[in-house]
Ligand binder design. Structure first.
Ligand code: GLN
Length: 521
């Protein structure tokens, strides 16, 4: 079922293979009918993760990138809509030469082709394919069928199945129930797939007798029934799987007996994992103010990025989510070491964000605004410092006389919503003698974007006269990318999304600078 930890299991196995010096990557299959995650509500589905090449992807792609410290292209997030559209398009072009076009073999072929193409194009030793959804779902059936065929075509020494299941503990005594795992494995076998491994999610480590029982019912040897119990940090999961012998078993199944897992990379990885779990670090309290604050997953990359920065600095980051729609007393913000406003869309909750940005500026509280948080910090400055009372973004008030933030010119004729924002990595030029230049120590950086609106350049001279500097730009000076107030303790807004480039052990520079500022009294 969703939320079980398939993404973490996938990433962890990939990590172990990477640590064994294998060239690996991951694919996420999302069996839903959306073409991509771009049009989905982050409160219900979690964050939309943006790739370098501008894909609006499932947040598991972010997990893969963070675990592997490697960029993943958008082709690695396969959905039902992409597969069916491609097949229907070929049919319309007459490419099937009069054949009756069917789920088997045409849809399943399209799925296998996509997987094989990635493995070949990227010259991978191992490709880990995560299939979302629950076994037995109508939507995921064609994908499981394609994977079943793949094992037959490639041979069992080239395809191995890992089934992620649940063993709930029902009472305080904590007896681990095996029935859901038994039934799920049975359902998978009915579809034609015999799992090689079971990754069993549970709160406490799976007891030996439970492993034996599960093995008996599922046709999996008990040493390949792996306990995936709760741990403090997801980055400990590779170690847990490793300790249960997954690598020897995996290499044996792939006919690579005797392959070594020893690698110098382990030391570095262990150091990073340790730094991410240290409970002794002094605490830093950050208020995250926005609209999609009800589900922690809606800003998962921002949360991770803060933690990466904290770990490197030896601080533990405590994040409180504050709903910008219901916040009335802005004084609660004075309890925090820093305020972060992440990306967002639409009018709802925007007034609360504009006031938050002003509160942080007036009280000299470190502020980091990302995308929407950048745009509305400029609006707030327009209202409160330049005295433009109706200053706004035309996303919120289309008729404002002071459109500090306005639609990107090339967006004016865009009608459809899907995939039509300014997406993916673009080069950004940084002005010398700015805070931004100090942070990045570079004249040029490349960062990922996801937006439809931008700062209206016509207001910039007035802003700069009053102390808000636009210190970086892109597309030959057409777009503003960073704002800063040099007189403030730390007040920075970025049009791009630095969170997508942050990795454990390698925090993104803006987050690092922000966390440093929050820890200075
Ligand atoms: N809604 C704003 C825009 O479209 C900001 C987008 C974002 O925060 N990702 O430009």
């Amino acid at each position: 079922m969703s939320g079980l930890g398939k993404g973490v299991t996938t990433s962890s196995i990939a990590k172990l293979l990477q640590l064994a010096d294998q060239k690996v990557s991951c694919i996420k299959i999302d069996p839903y009918l959306n073409y991509d995650a771009g049009t989905m509500n982050p409160v219900a589905h979690g964050e939309v993760f943006v790739t370098e090449d501008g894909g609006e992807c499932d947040m598991d792609i972010g997990n893969y990138e963070r675990f592997l410290n490697q960029n993943i292209p958008k082709s690695h997030n396969i959905t039902t809509a992409q597969v069916y559209s491609a097949v229907i398009e070929s049919e319309r072009k007459g490419e099937y030469l009069g054949e009756c076009v069917q789920i088997i073999p045409h849809i399943t072929d399209e799925i296998k082709n996509r997987i094989r193409k990635i493995a070949e194009d990227e010259n991978l030793d191992f490709l880990i394919v995560e299939c979302g959804g629950t076994v037995g779902d109508i939507e995921s059936l064609p994908f499981l069928e394609a994977l079943r065929q793949m094992r037959v075509e490639e041979g069992p020494q080239n395809v191995v199945f890992v089934h992620v299941t649940l063993a709930p503990s029902l009472d305080v005594v904590g007896e681990q129930k095996t029935k859901p795992t038994q039934h799920s494995a049975q359902e998978l076998r009915r579809i034609g797939i015999q799992p090689d491994f079971l990754a069993v999610r549970c709160t406490m480590p799976l007891e030996e007798k439970t492993k034996i029982k599960i093995a008996l019912f599922t046709n999996v040897t008990s040493k390949d029934v792996l306990s995936c119990h709760d741990v403090k940090s997801i980055f400990q999961v590779p170690q847990i799987l490793y300790d249960q012998g997954i690598m020897d078993s995996l290499f044996t199944k792939f006919g690579k007996v005797g392959m070594v897992n020893a690698s110098a990379n382990w030391n570095e990885w262990n150091r990073i994992v340790e730094s991410m779990n240290n409970l002794e670090y002094p605490k830093i309290k950050i208020a995250m103010v926005g609209k999609y604050v009800t589900l922690a997953d809606s800003y998962v990359s921002v949360n991770h990025a803060l933690k990466h920065a904290g770990a490197k600095l030896g601080k533990s980051i405590e994040i409180d989510w504050i709903d910008s729609e219901s916040i009335n007393d802005f004084n609660i913000l004075s309890n925090y070491d820093g305020i972060l406003v992440p990306g967002g869309f639409g009018a709802r909750g925007s007034e609360g964000i504009i006031k938050t940005a002003n509160y942080a500026r007036e009280r000299n509280i470190p502020y980091l605004g990302i995308c929407f948080g950048f745009q509305l910090a400029a609006v707030s400055f327009g209202r409160n410092v330049l005295n433009l009372k109706d200053a706004n973004s035309t996303e919120i008030e289309p008729n404002t006389k002071n459109p500090i933030v306005d639609l990107l010119p090339e967006q004016k004729d865009v009608l459809g919503m899907g995939g039509s924002l300014r997406l993916g990595a673009n080069d950004i030029m940084i002005k010398t003698n700015t805070i931004t230049h100090k942070i990045y120590n570079a004249n040029k950086i490349s960062k990922r974007h996801r937006h439809r609106y931008e700062i209206n350049k016509q207001f910039i001279p007035e802003f700069e006269k009053h102390g808000m500097i636009f210190s970086a730009e892109s597309d030959n000076g057409k777009r503003m990318e960073v704002l800063e107030i040099p007189a403030h303790k730390f007040y920075l807004g970025v049009q791009f999304h630095p969170e997508f480039n942050s990795r454990p052990g390698y925090p993104e520079q803006v987050f690092y600078a922000f966390v440093i500022a929050t820890s200075q009294k």
